[in-house]
Design a protein around this ligand. Structure first.
Ligand code: HPA
Ligand code: ZN
Length: 334
């Protein structure tokens, strides 16, 4: 039995496995510039975030209908559940679909076909977080938030993703203020490729409650001290960091030192179809390569539920935490 965990950093478009991409392409009459799934998998060699994003946006062309988004989310939820994920807070990138002529209602209601029945079908509770693409304009983000307003019963929070360097958090001050006024929770990617200053800016200017990645905080001891003091959760993605060359090898990942420093770290998969593993695979990899103790793994699982947006269901959070506390480790834990 896998360790119970919450996944807090997961782009639903990044769960598009090659087999499903080809199935949806055939269903929608979309031509993919790859001969087959093997040829597509061979393209999964990335130098940096941008080289990944190019493929990530290209493959989204196969997502056209509500059913496509439902199939995508159901495939993720089934895989996540098998790896011990009990709660998933799922990012989606509406601007990437709106730009291709897919309506907001198609995206949100399609995802909801899967998320709305996830507890009964997969035993996974869910939240939906709408991300703004930071390499597009602030005006585009504001328009996207307006388009989402009729669907806010489905959406818990907003996030910020895509190409980080050169697009500091402050660019999105206005849309984050508007999101807060609408009662939405706030997170943002910061300190993945961008400098530690972006992490502080996301906290100070955007009012984020959690930082996605936040890896580069380790370069600034005063920032680490602040993140520890304020108990700001970081949603780390170790296998993603290796594939996008944010760290040289997994053995070089600063996760153990970050835990030793008292940071509230969580382990997540980011874009599992592209980066070689789902949440449990990330746990297994850090256990094996970084030699994390059972106490540390349990701490990571506890942190994932503590950092979850479950304030509207504290009973559920307590139940999940009790599951973690009662968990007995075996050899094949993930
Ligand atoms: N970083 C930034 N944007 C993204 C990512 C990521 O790892 N995955 C999908 N969009
Ligand atoms: Zn991400």
């Amino acid at each position: 039995m896998p360790l119970p965990k919450a996944e807090l950093h997961l782009h639903i478009e990044g769960t598009l496995e090659p087999e499903l991409a080809f199935r949806l392409a055939a269903r929608n009459g979309v031509e993919l510039p790859y001969a087959d799934t093997d040829a597509l998998r061979k393209a999964y060699q990335f130098e940096d975030l941008q080289s990944f994003l190019n493929l990530y946006y290209e493959l989204m062309a196969v997502l056209r209908t509500e059913q496509d988004f439902a199939d995508l989310a159901n495939a993720y939820l089934a895989r996540a559940a098998a790896q011990g994920v009990r709660h998933a807070e799922i990012f989606f990138d509406p601007q990437a679909h709106l730009a291709r002529g897919v309506a907001m209602v198609t995206i949100v209601e399609g995802l909801w076909r899967a998320l709305g029945r996830s507890e009964e079908n997969h035993g996974v509770s869910t939240r939906l977080i709408m991300c703004f693409l930071r390499d597009l304009s602030a005006e585009s983000a504001l328009r996207t938030l307006e388009m989402a307003e009729p669907h806010l019963d489905r959406i818990t929070g907003v996030g910020l993703d895509s190409a980080e360097v050169g697009h500091p958090p402050a660019k999105f001050r206005e849309v984050y203020e508007a999101a807060a006024a609408l009662g939405l929770r706030r997170v943002a990617h910061a300190g993945e490729e961008g400098p530690p200053e972006y992490i502080a800016e996301a906290l100070d200017v955007l009012g984020v409650e959690r930082v996605d990645h936040g890896l580069r905080c380790v370069e600034d001891p005063a920032l680490v001290e602040r993140l520890v003091r304020e108990r700001i959760p970081l949603t780390l993605c170790p296998l993603s960091n290796v594939r996008l060359r944010t760290v040289d090898t997994l053995a070089d990942h600063p996760l153990p030192a970050m835990l030793d420093a008292g940071l509230l770290c969580t382990v997540n998969s980011d874009d599992p179809a592209y980066f070689g593993g789902y949440a449990g695979d990330n746990f297994a990899a850090v256990r094996q390569t970084l030699g994390l103790s059972e106490d540390r793994l349990r701490e990571l699982a506890r942190n994932s539920f503590l950092a979850s947006f479950l304030e509207d269901d504290e009973e559920r959070r307590a139940r999940y935490l009790a599951e973690v506390d009662a968990y007995e480790f075996g050899d094949a834990v993930s």
